[in-house]
Design a protein around this ligand. Structure first.
Ligand SMILES: [Fe+2]
Length: 449
């Protein structure tokens, strides 16, 4: 755990502990949470009931593509504090957010503490806000107030989760926030469900709330299907890319690294989510056309003849042809076809100039070139150092590369050397970011991957 992450976990833990002790001592549990209608004797059982509902919700957690966990415990948590007040938020939040993987010991202790506090703290604060809103005896006011409290609770929980992710992965905060934006609407849609659960609990009793297990389960099913289908597609694309890379032992893993670098440049350049996704898959598939390049050319260590060079240079157009029938990869086509175009128009296959070249292809070209320069190749057994590769990118900026993309690359972690270039993410807080033998060999350029 890095120091800043440690400080954030310590701060959130301390703040939540103060809030928790404060509300337990100062805010009595309110009678609507009682299992026996408004009878004080049924309050503890009511709290236990909502803790149970939250535990069921927590067990249905799904990991979103951005890395955070989405679970449907949000609904029973909001319902519980709208019924029982801030103290109920404290009890249900701190106990009800327990997950099976925590009990199995798969999460480090500080991860467990961070997870629970990042849910409990926002829940208590939202419950205090909800309690301070007057005229909740009017149904419409109560609905609006509960929705507002749910929004505040969700926003704070999401912000804290994104801060943890950002400090853990060293991604910018905004990109951690944006990574799971697709799931936000679904989660916020649970706010009216929470209100309805609370109303049904009061009017019909605790047993009627159990009926909500069905819509909550289907919500979870929708999350998991979305994540599963996306992961299946990514894995298929990754296998395809690996199949191409594996033909040449020197390029094994190349596409995966190019993908990571290109996505980081895209994040710095603040490209849209759909463009980032195109870079993700386009990065993996950019050299798919090498399937059609004979081994005698692809693996040749000597200088290529004119004919062999023509065969090699056909791979971007061939790759685009291979991918064209896959309608889902339409956005990746320009990346694959144009990733060897030069900024000054001397690239291939279409000799495009400057802005004519699609931005994502210009981004991929820089990522591809940097990875190729810093990895061993048959024609250059000793890779360039990061500094040497950086100076090549600068030297060829405006010639081969888009200077703006080179500038963006310099702001990524890749420009800081191998120690910062790892893409492995530590699973600290899993809650809801040589000298070159030959610089550029004959007929080669920095982007000749
Ligand atoms: Fe290529």
């Amino acid at each position: 755990m890095n120091r800043r992450l440690g400080l954030l976990v310590a701060f959130v833990t301390l703040a939540t502990a103060v809030l928790l002790v404060g509300v337990v001592l100062l805010c009595p549990l309110q009678t609507p949470i009682s299992v026996v209608r408004f009878a004080p004797a049924g309050i503890p059982a009511g709290v236990l009931f909502w803790i149970g509902m939250s535990l069921i919700g927590s067990s249905l957690a799904v990991r979103m593509p951005g890395g955070s966990l989405m679970d449907v415990m949000f609904a029973p948590l909001v319902a519980a504090f709208s019924l029982g007040g801030p103290a109920a938020a404290g009890w249900v939040g701190i106990i009800g957010s327990t997950q099976a993987r925590e009990i199995r010991g798969q999460v480090p202790w500080y991860g467990v503490v961070a997870n629970h506090c990042a849910i409990t703290g926002p829940a208590i604060l939202s419950a205090v806000i909800l309690q301070s809103i007057p005229f909740r005896s009017h149904t419409a006011v109560d609905f609006a107030a509960t929705a507002l409290a749910a929004l505040v609770c969700f926003s704070l929980m999401t912000l804290l989760a994104a801060m943890f992710t950002s400090l853990r992965t060293e991604e910018p905060l905004w990109s951690a926030l944006r990574a799971d934006a697709g799931g936000y609407v679904n989660m916020l849609a649970l706010a009216p469900v929470a209100w309805l659960m609370a109303q049904i609990y009061i009017v019909a009793g605790w047993w009627a709330v159990l009926l909500f297990a069905v819509p909550l389960y289907t919500t979870r099913l929708a999350y998991s299907r979305f994540v599963e289908v996306r992961e299946m597609f990514t894995e298929t694309v990754r296998s395809l890319a690996e199949a191409v890379d594996k033909r040449d032992t020197f390029t094994s893993g190349h596409s995966h690294r190019v993908q990571s670098i290109a996505m980081d440049i895209g994040r710095v350049m603040k490209v849209s989510d759909s463009d980032l996704e195109a870079l993700e898959w386009g990065g993996l598939l950019h050299d798919i056309g090498k399937i059609g390049v004979p081994d005698s050319v692809l693996l040749k260590q000597e200088r290529l003849t004119r004919e062999e060079r023509a065969l090699m240079n056909a791979h971007p157009a061939l790759g685009a042809e291979i991918i064209a029938p896959v309608t889902h990869l339409a956005a990746e086509l320009p990346i694959i076809r144009h990733h060897h175009e030069w900024f000054n128009g001397s690239g291939y296959p279409d000799r495009m100039v400057a802005d004519e070249i699609p931005l994502l292809a210009r981004i991929l070209h820089v990522a591809d070139a940097f990875e190729a320069m810093t990895a061993a190749r048959p024609y250059r057994m000793t890779p360039l150092t990061t500094e040497q590769a950086l100076s090549e990118l600068r030297k060829f900026g405006g010639v081969q590369f888009d200077p703006d993309v080179v500038d963006a690359f310099f702001k990524t972690k890749w420009s800081r050397g191998p120690s910062d270039s790892t893409t492995d993410e530590a699973a600290d807080v899993p809650l809801i970011g040589h000298k070159a033998g030959v610089l550029t060999g004959p007929g080669r350029n920095p982007g000749a991957a």
